[in-house]
Ligand binder design. Structure first.
Ligand code: DP6
Length: 331
């Protein structure tokens, strides 16, 4: 049988999703806004079998040349996803599979590898069940898959995830295609170790931060302002807002119970370097997820120079240059 092959990107949020209003339905407290990352992609290949008991999975990491067997828990999360898609589609069909997943970037190091994987898996499963779903429905299924932010990797380019009132109204849609604005996200890889606490666990403590309500209130105007700055391609205003948001979001992590500290001395040195570059007239802004690695957002015209600059810093292992790109798609 011909394999089903899906490629899907990770995404970087300019406005973060942190905290869940409903942890079963994966409903966030606030809308979030992101860009798909062209060089941080996961490829999922699935060969179907008539034997539903056959469930095999192999994984290849970014720095490995060969596939290795997935762990029990990884296979379990795929099985859960398979059943959820089956229930959603109200189908009695069943199939077995041999699946291969390969990543072009470090897993679980704060570059949303679960978003690229689970969005790819969602599309592969829906295709395997021979169902036709539109982007909105696919994003809802991806939201429920195991990584909420996976829903933002389904649509193309620049994506808005509406928090919504219920499962049907919490979906992601593209607000601009990849070529709308030539922004670049330079991911500075400072550490490729897996992080100590995953996002799913971290979300649970978000509203214990004394600053959580303040962030939610402030986000209402930040949302309007960042969308306006984005649509006007006002880089200074846009960058200032996204950097502030990254710091506000990180303050929640550090003040929730138990607190989460992902930044290292290297992260802070690179953040300071971004500020220093701005003082020198090179416009770039940073953002960061729940991890140590820093994302530097710049315009295409400055990307090459900035990449070289950061590659020369001892703290930086490597720099991944990402442009906005399409969401999950079959190849
Ligand atoms: C900090 O629950 O989607 O990246 O994909 O497993 O990392 P993972 O988790 P998910 O939370 C993502 C939280 C975030 C912010 C964001 O991408 O909006």
């Amino acid at each position: 049988m011909k394999p089903i092959t899906v490629v899907s990107p990770a995404n970087i949020a300019f406005i973060k999703y942190w905290g869940q209003r409903d942890s079963k339905q994966i409903l966030p407290y606030n809308d979030s806004f992101s860009m798909n990352l062209s060089q941080c992609v996961t490829t999922v290949e699935m060969v179907l079998s008539d034997d539903p008991k056959m469930q095999q999975m192999e994984i290849k990491l970014w720095n490995e040349s060969a596939y290795r067997k997935a762990s029990e828990s990884q296979l379990k999360s795929v099985e859960v996803c398979y059943q959820r898609v089956r229930n959603y589609l109200k189908t009695t069909n069943q199939f077995g599979f041999h699946m291969r997943s390969s990543n072009r970037f470090p897993m679980k190091a704060g570059i949303a590898s679960s978003a690229s994987f689970f969005s790819a898996l969602t599309l592969a499963l829906v295709t395997a069940f021979d169902a036709q779903l539109d982007t909105k429905e696919l994003s809802i299924l991806a939201r429920l898959s195991g990584s909420g932010s996976a829903c933002r990797s389904i649509p193309d380019g620049f994506v808005w995830w509406y928090a919504g009132k219920d499962s049907k109204s919490s979906y992601a849609e593209s607000i601009a295609p990849p070529d709308f604005w030539d922004l670049v996200d330079l991911v500075l890889i400072l550490n490729t170790q897996q992080k100590h606490v995953g996002s799913s666990e971290g979300h649970q403590g978000a509203d214990s931060s004394p600053y959580f309500e303040a962030r939610q209130t402030a986000l209402q105007s930040t949302m309007t302002n960042i969308k306006e700055a984005f649509l006007q391609k006002d880089f200074t205003r846009f960058g200032t807002l996204l950097e502030q948001e990254a710091i506000n979001f990180s303050s929640i992590l550090m003040t929730q119970q138990p607190p989460l500290f992902y930044w290292s001395d290297k992260t802070i040195m690179c953040m300071k370097e971004v500020l220093e570059l701005r003082r020198k007239g090179i416009e770039a802004y940073f953002t960061i997820d729940a991890g140590e690695n820093l994302h530097v957002i710049c315009q295409n015209k400055d990307a090459e120079l900035l990449k070289k600059h950061f590659e020369n810093m001892l703290e930086v292992q490597t720099v991944i240059t990402n442009e906005p790109c399409a969401g999950a798609h079959l190849v």
